[in-house]
Every structure is written in C-alpha cells, then in structure tokens.
Write a protein that binds this ligand. Structure first.
Ligand code: ADP
Ligand code: MG
Length: 691
C-alpha cells in the first residue's frame, strides 16, 4: 500500500501548473507520467551566464549585459526579425526576435530604458547579436538572472527552463520522508536528507553540483540502487520459497559424463555441483551460468538435463537462433539418445504433421528433451512434466519469453547461460536476483588467439594471406558489421565483400546473414562446419554460440564500431581447435584515441571479464558494453559506472535489512517500504525479472 505521504508525487503530470494536453505528452516522453518522474529528472548540466560588457561578448557563450535601449527596427520584409538596437559604453548589441510581437516589445522596452539582457551571443563580423534573449528585465531586476542555470535534457517544444518550473513545483509537492538510510552510513558519507538532496539537484550552484560525485547526487543514486537491490533480494527470496521437484544426481548423468571425450574442467565441476545443489534443494533453481565463450557451458547444461530425466522430468533447452538450436541438438542429442532418452528439435521450421507429432510426444511425455528456439514458447507446446528450462544466451530473450517457458510446468527449475562478460562491479545490478556460477577456466588445449588491429588500406594484404591459409586447409569467419540504419545496405556490403573474396579466393567463400531463409542459412553453416566453405562471410548472426573447431581465422571489418564484449565474443569463435588462431580487427582510418585504446585492450587480454572492466573504464557515451541488451535496469538517478562503488554496498545493505527485519515492520523497515513505494520496484515487477 502506498503511504499517503507519497500521494502528491503519484499524480499525473497534468496536475502541475501550466501542463496542458500539449505539454503533458512531452513531459511523459522525457520523464514519465507522474509528478514523481519530473522530480526524478535531474538536470544534466549547468550553463553559466557571464555578466560582462558588450566589447567582451564571446561568440557562442551565454552572457548577461546591462544596456540602454536605443531603437526598434521593425522587419523590412516578411521573414526578417524584429530588432532592437541597444548599447552600453563599450559598444552596440542587437537583440532579435523572429517570432514575437513587435509593438508589444516596443511598449515594454521603449528607447532610453535600461535593461538587463541575457542570452546566447552570436557574432556576425562586427555585429554582436542575441537572438531571442532568455531574460530581458529592467536593470533593477538584474539580480533575478541566475548566474548558473540547470540544463535538463529536454525535447522539442519543451524548453529546459519550462521543464525546470515543473521540476520546482514537483519539489514543492515532495514531503520530507522518514529516513531509510542507515544513520551511521549517512553521516559518514555526509549526505543530505532525501528532500534536501532533490532541492540541491534542481538548484545547482555550479558545475560540481550536477556531477555524479556531488554528495546529493550520490545519495539519490544510493536510494535508487538500494530500492532496486531490495526488490531483487525479495524476489530471490520469494522464488526460493516456491517449491520445485527435488532432483538428485542420476546414473544417467554419470554415464553421460563417462562417455564424454574429455574430462570436465575444475570450473565445470564446480558449476555442476552448484546446479545440483539447487536441483536437490526442493526449491526452484534460478541460476545463471556465466562463462566466457568456449568455456564449456553446454555440457554442464546437458548433465543437468540428464539429472532431470533421471528424476522423470522433461527439459527444455532453448537457444536464440535456429543455427544455435540445431548445433545444440547435434551435440547434445547423440549423447542423450545413447542413454535411451528421446530428444526433439523444435524450431520455426517445424510445420504441419511433423510438428504435430513432436508436440504430441512432448505432451505425452515420450520425448524427454526439447531443444529449440522461440518456437518452444508457442502456447500449443505442452509438456507432460517439464522440470528444467535451460536458456542459452539468456540476454537475447525477453523477460516474458523466459517466463512463458517457465509457466509450462509447476516449479520449473531455471538455468540461464550467458557469455556476456558483465564486469563484476555491475553484476549485482543485472543478476542480483539470480545465483551466479562462473566458469572462469577454459578447457585445456586452447591456443590463444593472436590478435592484430589492421587499418583498412591494408585489406589486400589480409586477403592474400587469407587465400594462402585457405589453400592450406584453414577456415575463416569474415564479419561485416550491421552499421547503417538499413539492413538492406548492410546486406549489400556483406554481399559485395563475399563477391570480392570469391574473385580472389574462389568458390569456397560462403555468405550467411540474418535475412536468409532458415534452411539456406543452415545449409551454408553446414557447409562451413563440413569444410566445404573455407571463408564464411557473415553479418553478426554468428555472434552467439556457434562452434566450428576447425575455424582458426576471424576477420572483423570496422571493428571500431563493435562493443569490446562483442568483439571478444566473436573472437571466441576461433581458437577452439588445435590450429594456431588469429583475429584481425580491421578498422577505418582515422582511428580515435579511445578507439585505439579499446582495440589495444583486446590485443592484450583474453579474459572477457577483464575486457569488460577495462571497457567500462574507457566508456564514453552510448552503451558499448551492450548492457541494455543484457537486461540492464534503466536507472534514473544512479549512473552504474560513476556510482559503481555504491552497488555492492547497497546489495549488502538490502540483505542486512531483510535479514534483520524480513517483514519490514521496524521503524527503519517502515521507512524502507516508503523508499520501495517511491521507486515502485516491487519484487514482482516484470521488468526486473531476470528469470
Ligand atoms: P560455451 O561456453 O561457449 O557455450 P561450449 O559449451 O560450446 O562453450 O564448448 C565449447 C567447446 O569446448 C565444445 O566443442 C565442447 O565440446 C568443448 N569442451 C567443453 N568442455 C570441455 C572440456 N572440459 N575439455 C575439453 N573440451 C571441452
Ligand atoms: Mg554456448
């Protein structure tokens, strides 16, 4: 139940003064639909208005002048601005209005009047201009022009200053709330109270006050992180409380393990025993298997499937692409079939009677395992006794899709897999409600991939080497990025590249891309796996999971456009066999300093987590880690990079709060409930359901 004290913040933005049907949608677009959202939208920066004289006007700066009005110059023809000539003892200043009512301006600012004027200066030769001054006040009111003014990231039709008015009104509506922060911690950090923090955020007195490290910003960030971590911790606890069938280690799995052509690595054994601990607990497993590409996650999943089958339960193993589902089927099915289990592959290509047959087998329990794509989510896919869902490359699936799969059985155990190397510091924000097992060791016998960055003009040299390598039996991936808005254009680039390479290397160059019919795609992939294709030109469809042990060369065009994590994953497609492997990062000139540094990280490191961490440090704008894709929460007050030191503290704090006071009934517990209501991150909130 939302406490009454929050009601004024939980009203529609249209209740703010001056917000009508035109403005409300604009506010909703940048902030959200309720007053709280306006309060939560802190300014991005400040502008400083420098008070000066006309002879010190600087083009492009926001400046304030004290002037006398000299004369009005009405437009000489349509489309010309209304101009006011003004002056101080150092020179003339022209104020212009393209829209605006001239006669009104003339009445308001008659010749001879003394005015304080402020706005962005533009210089055209010797003419100094301020177009549409933001302030034009009688001189005695000059003090009303603030030296610093917050800048909100706004949208067309809603200027920053208008938004600020709404923000200040939202601030007025915010009551002082009971303190939910631990007093000792708050004192140590020298943080203001909650309301005070927002007051400071919306009234910055300089650059430092809009910086993420300002104490009031850190406090608000911490509030948000704490609310989120509480929701995650509660969600985890409630999942745990759901009963699920107890599954013990089975002889089937023991047999499957014995039949493997290799020994499990220490990390795989550890991960498997963590999975088994969950399966045997009687509570629902919600575990993420986190491991670099090629670390061997699949086999851990397969052994869990064997355990489930040993307990008479069906499993669903889901992959994001057709190619990957097929590959999983081809590697897993023989091993499981050898144990007497029936495995089916279910993808979008199954139609008609064939599909009906497979579905019937799943519904009557004669198939123990279904491997497939999104096709597994279809409503008419019914299991007799689904006990385990495995979701490979989990970030590629939406939350609802994952849930739909879990809903196909009672207390279905969930094992998610991911090769997206989330830096440790951020892991808690993405996977705080999952238990995480890390496979941090690669199977033995892998040769490190020699990585080089090469400028595009040296392309012919690379192609020549590729040709001789291909003649020597090597296989290569050649990745063309998806860069333009139009997939068609990108496709052409890939097609052109394939054609170019065919001219030089010959007919063994294949092409695979996302727009191809699944059957064609699979055929090309199969040719590559079997060695009939030596160079596979691809858009990023090979990004995830595909395993071609003989492939030893990875060429990535316009590597500077990819996130490091993605480059690392692509590179992980090679270096899986005995052959010495190499990765060529082709880049367009000129390369920026940061881009250079980023590519250097890849040359030096082979550890996905280290790469992600370094990339984070170099992070510019945007989302180079692909965090959004990975289910990263959209924080509004916390910056997961700038405030990353607070994440673990908030997680500990949340755990401690719930351990001491699980029902949140103590005075602090009550305050914490208010915090949760304020952020609205309920433990059941689907957008944060990583499982
Ligand atoms: P990923 O973690 O990227 O999904 P895979 O499960 O596809 O990795 O494994 C990559 C390759 O490593 C596969 O060919 C698999 O058979 C092999 N592999 C897995 N575990 C081991 C191991 N312990 N020793 C040797 N090879 C292994
Ligand atoms: Mg995999």
């Amino acid at each position: 139940m939302r406490p009454e004290i929050l009601f004024p913040l939980f009203t529609p933005v249209s209740t703010l003064k001056g917000v009508g049907p035109r403005v409300a949608p604009l506010i909703e677009k940048i902030a959200g639909s309720i007053v709280r959202d306006v309060l939560f939208t802190a300014p991005q920066s400040v502008i400083r208005r420098i008070a000066t004289t006309v002879d010190s006007a600087v083009d492009g700066q926001v400046q304030t002048f004290i002037v006398s009005i000299d004369a009005h110059q009405p437009p000489s023809r349509l489309g010309q601005p209304w101009k006011i000539r003004a002056w101080d003892e150092t020179g003339f200043l022209t104020l212009t209005w393209f829209k605006g009512h001239g006669p009104h301006l003339e009445r308001q600012h008659p010749p001879g009047a003394r005015r304080a004027v402020s706005g962005k200066v533009e210089r055209f030769g010797s003419e100094i201009q301020v177009a549409h001054p933001e302030y034009l006040l009688p001189e005695e009111r000059a003090a009303e022009i603030p030296e610093f003014e917050p800048v909100y990231s706004v949208t067309a039709g809603l200027p920053s200053r208008t938004f600020r008015r709404f923000a200040l009104e939202a601030l007025d509506r915010a009551a002082e709330l009971p303190e939910w922060q631990d007093p000792a911690w708050k004192a140590r950090e020298a943080w203001p109270g909650w309301r005070e923090a927002f007051a400071a955020a919306h009234n910055p007195a300089g650059e430092a006050d809009v910086a993420p490290l300002a104490p009031h910003r850190r406090r608000l960030a911490y509030d948000e992180l704490l609310a989120h971590q509480l929701a995650l911790a509660q969600r985890k606890a409630s999942r745990r409380a759901q009963p699920a069938p107890r599954v013990g280690p089975s002889s089937l799995a023991a047999d499957a393990e014995k039949a493997l052509p290799f020994k499990l690595t220490g990390a795989q054994i550890r991960a498997l025993s963590e999975v088994r601990g969950d399966l045997a607990s009687g509570e629902r497993m919600s575990r993420l298997l986190q491991g670099d590409v090629g670390s061997g996650k699949t086999v851990v999943g397969m052994l869990a499937v064997a355990d489930a089958a040993g307990a008479g339960l069906q499993s669903a193993f889901m992959a994001p692409t057709e190619i990957l589902a097929r590959q999983h089927y081809e590697t897993i099915a023989p091993a499981l079939t050898a144990l007497g289990l029936s495995v089916v592959l279910l993808t979008g290509r199954d139609k008609g009677a064939g599909r009906a047959n497979k579905l019937a087998g799943l519904a009557n329990g004669s198939h123990a395992v279904a491997i497939g794509t999104h096709a597994l989510f279809q409503d008419d896919v019914v299991f007799k006794t689904l006990g385990l869902s495995i979701i490979d490359e989990q970030h590629r699936f939406g939350v609802n899709e994952r849930r739909r799969l879990q809903d196909k059985g009672e207390g279905v155990h969930l094992l998610a897999m991911s090769a997206t190397p989330i830096p440790r510091t951020l892991e808690l924000t993405v996977f705080g409600d999952l238990d995480v097992s890390r496979i941090d060791e690669k199977p033995p016998g892998r040769t490190p991939v020699a990585t080089r960055a090469v400028p595009m003009p040296r392309l012919p040299e690379i192609v020549a080497r590729l040709k001789s390598a291909a003649e020597g039996g090597a296989q290569a991936f050649w990745i063309c990025p998806l860069v333009s808005e139009s997939e068609k254009i990108d496709l052409c680039a890939a097609e052109d590249r394939a054609a170019d390479l065919r001219k030089i290397i010959g007919s063994s160059v294949g092409l695979v891309h996302g727009q191809m019919p699944a059957a064609e795609k699979d055929a090309v992939m199969a040719d590559f796996v079997d060695g009939r294709v030596s160079v596979l030109v691809a858009t990023t469809v090979v990004e995830v999971g595909v395993n071609v042990p003989n492939a030893s060369i990875m060429v990535i065009e316009q590597a500077e456009r990819f996130g490091l994590a993605q480059l690392h994953q692509l590179r992980g497609r090679v270096g899986r066999g005995a052959r010495e492997s190499s990765c060529v990062l082709l880049y367009d000139l000129p390369l920026s300093d940061t881009a250079q540094q980023r590519l250097d990280i890849l040359r030096r490191s082979d550890d996905g987590f280290e790469i992600a961490e370094k990339d984070l440090e170099l992070r510019g704008g945007g989302d180079p880690l692909g965090l959004k894709q990975s289910g990263f929460p959209a924080y509004r007050l916390a910056d997961p990079v700038a405030h990353r030191d607070l994440i673990a503290v908030a997680a500990d704090d949340a755990r401690l709060i719930l351990a001491r006071d699980p029902d949140l009934t103590s005075p602090r517990g009550q305050a914490v409930r208010t915090l949760q209501e304020l952020f609205d991150w309920k433990p059941t909130s689907p957008q944060h359901d990583a499982g």
